[in-house]
Design a protein around this ligand. Structure first.
Ligand code: UD1
Ligand code: UDP
Length: 373
């Protein structure tokens, strides 16, 4: 029996790891141990409840406006005891959060093998996204199993010197999570409010965007909404108080935007699927919207998801007010530009990533995911 411990702590990690937890639990050769850092509290619990996943260990580390030092110190001291007690055969971490980095570092100190889910995403700009580009490269140095979502990610890892036999192209587990979420008869009071108007879906949270860049984003969105009464925006806001303060100041008085509490992931996918357009700095949303054919203006200077840009569904617009304003306006006023972006494509997986990862961990044959041309 192989003991597999999964360590995660934030909303996006939970969304992408919970389907894997449920797949691993079906496998007779695997014993699953779930350890959450709770780097996020409420936003993590919302996902755990959705997928009925109950952690074996919960470090409950979240603090209001926590710093990178707070997160790192808290996890590093709590995880040592658990790793020494459980002695897992392998620890799985996901992506590029501080939870993933610190858990992998602890495993390295104790010489426990690490499997990295969503391995190989890169911008090669250490400050963008910050600190995520560092975190994922650091996990990449440590990990023995590298579960790349795409061919591009696998190519980066191999160029960086990873042994090809340790790099597996499995697709992104978020596509697995999306298989059963969007329903034709889905209803929500916010969608009733939008009615036949155009739904603009907004999220924002990146650390490097806090402060002026985020205010620029909000000002641009406000200007376009003022000029386009046929649009209604829904913004499920991140729980970071710094984001909430800026959003309230810049957008609070705008009647065309509803700023609401974080919604469940099933709701989120249904909102995305019904949107005319999405403006975001989120990573996960860049992977989800292409499947629905919903154009995304990515309010960041870099993206580690070039597949969606190449497919034409994502457009990188940075964080300058004037540029976001012009791009948003263009997609509302020039149908031919909108049409170029609004076609469904799926460069991120086929919904079987979790099965592949479980097969690999059990030592079974696996067939890599290959994107359709
Ligand atoms: C973290 C990750 C980021 C990921 C994002 C997903 C790091 C360094 N950052 O950033 O990679 O994209 O999660 O959302 O790992 N808060 C709550 N309740 C919650 C969650 C957050 O109140 O459920 C508030 C707290 O005040 C917390 C703050 O938000 O201190 C920031 O949370 P933190 O995890 O430090 O940063 P994120 O921006 O969420
Ligand atoms: N999401 C959600 N509720 C919300 C906003 C987002 O469930 O109110 C989901 C979204 O579908 C995606 C993930 O959260 O799967 C993205 O998380 P986030 O933007 O916090 O982090 P990132 O992907 O940027 O790391």
């Amino acid at each position: 029996m192989k003991k597999v411990m999964l360590v995660f702590g934030t909303r996006p990690e939970a969304i992408k790891i919970c389907p894997l937890v449920n797949e691993l639990k079906k496998r007779s050769g695997i014993q699953v141990v779930i350890c959450v850092t709770a780097q996020h509290r409420q936003m993590l619990d919302q996902v755990l409840e959705t997928f009925s996943v109950v952690p074996d260990y919960d470090f409950n580390i979240m603090r209001n406006q926590q710093t990178l030092f707070d997160i790192t110190q808290a996890i590093l001291s709590d995880i040592k005891v658990v790793l020494e007690k459980e002695k897992p055969d392998v620890v799985l971490v996901h992506g590029d959060t501080s939870t993933a980095f610190v858990a992998a570092l602890a495993c390295f100190y104790l010489q426990i093998p690490v499997g990295h889910i969503e391995a190989g995403l890169r911008t090669y700009d250490i400050l963008s996204p910050y600190p995520e580009e560092f975190n994922r490269q650091a996990v990449g140095i440590i990990s023995q199993f590298n579960f790349a979502p795409t061919q591009t990610a696998a190519d980066y890892l191999i160029k960086e010197g990873k042994k090809p036999a340790t790099v597996y192209i499995v697709g992104n587990t978020v596509i697995d999570a999306m298989q059963h979420t969007v329903k034709k008869d889905y209803a929500h009071p916010e969608l009733d409010w939008v009615g036949d108007d155009k739904l603009i879906f907004i999220t924002a949270h990146r650390r490097e965007n806090l402060g002026q860049p985020m205010r620029h984003m909000f000002k641009a969105i406000r200007r376009v909404l003022d000029e386009h009464p046929e649009c209604k925006a829904v913004y499920p806001i991140h729980m970071n108080p710094a984001v909430r303060y800026a959003a309230d100041e810049e957008l609070g008085k705008c009647k065309q935007i509803h700023i609401i509490e974080p919604i469940g992931v099933f709701d989120c996918h249904n909102f995305e699927a019904r949107s005319f357009l999405c403006l975001t700095d989120s990573g996960g949303i860049q992977e989800e919207c292409p499947s629905y054919g919903v154009p995304v203006l990515v309010m960041r200077d870099t993206t580690e998801r070039p597949e969606g840009v190449d497919a034409g569904t994502l457009r990188l617009v940075g964080t300058e007010e004037e540029i976001i304003y012009r791009n948003f306006k263009e997609l509302l006023e020039q149908p031919e530009e909108y049409a170029k972006m609004s076609h469904a494509c799926n460069p991120y997986g086929d919904g079987h990533a979790c099965e592949r990862i479980a097969d690999i961990l059990e030592g079974k044959e696996y067939s890599p995911w290959v994107a359709k041309e």
